[in-house]
Design a protein around this ligand. Sequence first.
Ligand code: CA
Length: 248
Amino acid sequence: MLGLTNTYKGHRLSRSMERVNERSEPDPLRILVVEDEAHIANFLRMGLTYEGFEVATAGDAESALEQIGNAQFHLVILDLMLPGTDGLVLAEQLRRDPDLLIIMLTARDQVADRIIGLNAGADDYLVKPFDFEELLARIRAVTRHRLPQHSEVLRAGAITIDQVRRSVTLDGTPIDLTLTEYELLRLFLLNPRRVLPRQLILDRVWGYDFYGNENNVEVYIGYLRRKLGDEARRLIETVRGVGYRLNV
Ligand code: CA
């Protein structure tokens, strides 16, 4: 018996009232990543944190249950293959809280296993290795209509990103960016005033399985500064020896 439902709902109610009264920004989505492979767990924690989510990680089912008992989460990203208690068994337990969303990760690319996963109460699943953008799309899909949505339009100075249309404008004029340039610029606009280390930018924009050089980041910052001109040179500051920061 988990005993999550009442406190979880109560917490949500008070949080939403607080939001109406005091805040214009929606509360961040709180995500628990349950994954024993440390490099994947760390990649997800970092990537999702920089998307504006609040993220905790657990390496096994016991640790996951303990964290869920101590804090409220909206969504669990659950790896099927865990040491000790299996991910499917954990999903069945988590399912007793009808408000808790579950996205299952599985390395087994077999239809039968997917069906088992969904029967065990997963809202969706992803087969490893997966694309980070695909995970984000699934998170948006399962949380739609249930949780406050992140803003679809991001702004910094004269630069605007429309995340739905994947378009960028400078002073209202459309700017043609490659996908990599777009993702890089979007990462900055999602994280104003925050120093973004080069390695983090590489992981987030190029992916955790990319073994490229950190100079790539510098090259692409150069592209952005060229395409977005004075505004990008003014906004994207080089933090010597560390990385970059968007100043707004
Ligand atoms: Ca695993």
